[in-house]
Design a protein around this ligand. Structure first.
Ligand SMILES: [Ca+2]
Ligand SMILES: [Ca+2]
Length: 222
C-alpha cells in the first residue's frame, strides 16, 4: 500500500515537474512601454511624426501622460491624406497568449476631415490583417474629440508570427493632424500556461490528501 502510494505521489510530482518544464519561454515585447525613451525594438515609418515622449498636448483635452512608467509613443498624422504614420513590432505568440496595450486617439480635426487611428494584429508571414484591435476616427470621437486612454486586450487564437501595427492619418487634407498614443504593450502567456500546472497541482494535492487521509486513519487504528 505504502509502495503504491509512493509511486502515485512520485507520478504526481513528475507530472508537476513535466508541466513546469513544458512552459514556453515568455515571448515578450521589446521595450513595450517605451521606457528606453526611444523606439528600440520598434519600427516606425517616420522619424519626425513618430516620437517617444513624456507628455503631449491634448488638442481639446488635458495634456497626455503615460499609463506606465515615464514614456509613451506619440504618433501624429501629417504624412498626407491617407498616408499613415506607422509604429510596429513583430513577435511570436502561442494560442492563448494575451496581447494587451493602452491607446488613445486625439482628433485635431472636424467632419468631413475624418482622420483616423488604428491598431491591427497582422499575420507576419502573409501580411494579412488577423484582427482590428482598435479603431477610432473623428466621426466616432466627435469633432476635436478624444476617447481617453483605452486598455485593449486580445487573446491570440493560433500559434504564429505576428506584427502589431499602429497607424494614424489625415483624411480629406493634410491639415489639423490628429494623433495616436500608445503605451504598456505586453504579451502575457497566462491564458496558455496557468491551466496545465494548476491542474497538475490540483491532481497532486488530491493524491496528497488521499495519502493524508489514509495516514490519519492508520493513526486512529493504531
Ligand atoms: Ca511607458
Ligand atoms: Ca486632419
Amino acid at each position: 500500500m505504502t509502495t503504491i502510494r509512493s509511486r502515485m505521489l512520485g507520478l504526481a510530482v513528475a507530472a508537476i515537474v513535466t508541466f513546469a518544464a513544458a512552459n514556453p519561454a515568455q515571448a515578450a515585447f521589446v521595450n513595450g512601454g517605451f521606457e528606453t525613451g526611444d523606439f528600440t525594438g520598434w519600427t516606425t515609418s517616420s522619424g519626425t511624426l513618430a516620437n517617444v515622449v513624456t507628455t503631449a498636448p491634448g488638442f481639446s483635452v488635458p495634456d497626455w501622460n503615460p499609463t506606465e512608467g515615464t514614456y509613451f509613443a506619440y504618433l501624429q498624422a501629417g504624412g498626407g491624406t491617407g498616408v499613415y504614420t506607422l509604429l510596429s513590432q513583430t513577435f511570436a505568440a502561442l494560442a492563448g497568449d494575451v496581447l494587451s496595450f493602452d491607446i488613445f486617439f486625439d482628433a485635431a480635426d472636424y467632419i468631413p476631415f475624418n482622420d483616423n487611428g488604428y491598431a491591427n494584429l497582422i499575420d507576419a508571414d502573409t501580411s494579412t490583417v488577423v484582427a482590428t484591435l482598435y479603431y477610432q476616427d473623428v466621426a466616432s470621437v466627435g469633432d476635436f474629440g478624444a476617447d481617453g486612454w483605452t486598455s485593449v486586450s486580445h487573446v491570440i487564437a493560433a500559434d504564429g508570427n505576428y506584427k502589431l501595427e499602429f497607424g494614424v492619418t489625415n483624411i480629406g487634407d493634410n491639415n489639423l493632424s490628429s494623433a495616436l498614443g500608445v503605451d504598456n504593450v505586453a504579451l502575457n502567456a497566462e491564458m496558455n500556461v496557468i491551466p496545465a500546472p494548476a491542474g497538475a497541482v490540483l491532481f497532486g494535492l488530491g493524491l496528497l490528501s488521499m495519502g493524508g487521509a489514509r495516514l490519519i486513519r492508520r493513526k486512529q487504528v493504531a
